[in-house]
Each structure stands twice: as C-alpha cells, then as structure tokens.
Design a protein around this ligand. Structure first.
Ligand SMILES: [Fe+2]
Length: 193
C-alpha cells in the first residue's frame, strides 16, 4: 500500500503528471483541463449530496479496506482559493459506489476523509465506481476550509457513455485522467470561495 506521502507526491503541486515516469494522458480522451482557479475566478460547482452520505467517515488515505475487488485508482489534487492559493488543513470527505454501483450503507467501505497538507494537497487510494440507475460514474465529496462553508459536490469520469442519461452530470466536474506507471490517476482541484 502506498503511504499518504507517496500519494501526495504523485499529485505534487507544480510537477504535473507528465513528470512522473510512465505517466501519459489517457488515449482518445480530448480532455478539458480542470477549470483553474485563476482562469475565471469561479469556484467549484456544487452538486447534490444524494442519499448515501454518512457522517463520521474514518480519517485515512486508502478507502478500499484491503479488498481486492474493483479497478484501483488514485484520486487527488489540491484545495485552492480563488486566487490559486493552497488551503491547508481543508477537510476533504469522499464517498462513492463500488464496482457494482452499490454504496456501503452500513460500514465505511469507500468512505473516508482527510485534511490537506501545507500545499493544499489531498489524495485517496480507491477504486473506479460503476454507474448506477440514472447516474454516470461519479465520486461524492464534501470539502471545507477551516471555518468555512461546506462545498458539496461530485466529480465525473471522462469518456463515460452514461453521461447522457445523468441529469446531474456537469462537464466542469470532470477528472483529468492519466496514469502513473500502471496505476490510474484522476486529478481534480477544488476551488473554494
Ligand atoms: Fe452517488
């Protein structure tokens, strides 16, 4: 298992994934970059929490609980303010469906939270979620700077054919997908007011 430190290095600010040996853009995906904090001054769009949020998730980096099922992926990025300044000690809380499109509604599988480091970085080791009824592939997040309002949102996967049937899909919330060696990597920077 990768340490939190190793995971954060993969998403290290300023290096970009191209600097990681073996990293390459996913093929055939004409990716829109994650909307940047400086480009529009806009904050990350919100999305509904849905019915599956549960408070009290464990603080951790790896939310797979050692299960071998599903396709591993590292999801990470930074939490920034509108002026592109990293926000440290921001809460990032993740919950998502498994490879069959199901949520763990009694335990903590594929649920977890952590706090950004001094460069605003966060990263989780998780699996690729499956789409489920009327929903495309997505991962839920609650993000909160110290003392700030909670941003509730979701991130989506480029190239997922089920976007069309998902009324909640928002192209501004697409992950930037790539690979670090054999590992799938999805990057997203949250921008808070
Ligand atoms: Fe969901």
């Amino acid at each position: 298992m990768r340490s939190r430190r190793e995971l954060l290095q993969i998403f290290a600010a300023g290096t970009g994934l191209a600097a990681i040996p073996g990293a390459a853009r996913a093929q055939s995906e004409p990716l829109e970059p994650t909307p940047s904090c400086g480009a529009t001054g806009a904050t990350t769009p919100t999305a509904t929490a849905g019915p599956y949020f549960r408070p009290g998730s464990p603080e951790r980096t790896d939310v797979t609980e050692g299960r071998a099922s599903g396709t591993p992926i590292l999801i990470g990025g930074r939490v920034l303010d509108r002026d592109c300044r990293p926000l440290r000690r921001a809460l990032v809380d993740l919950w998502q469906a498994d490879e069959d499109g199901r949520y763990d509604t009694t335990g903590t599988y594929l649920r977890g939270h952590q706090y950004t480091d001094g460069d605003g970085r966060w990263a989780f080791a998780t699996i690729v979620p499956a789409p489920y009824t009327f929903r495309s592939m997505h991962i839920h997040f609650r993000v909160q700077r110290p003392g700030g309002d909670v941003l509730t949102t979701q991130v989506f996967f480029p190239g997922d054919p089920s976007h069309d049937r998902d009324r909640q899909f928002d192209p501004r919330l697409l992950l930037a997908l790539s690979r670090a060696d054999a590992t799938r990597v999805g990057r997203f920077d949250f921008v808070l007011a």
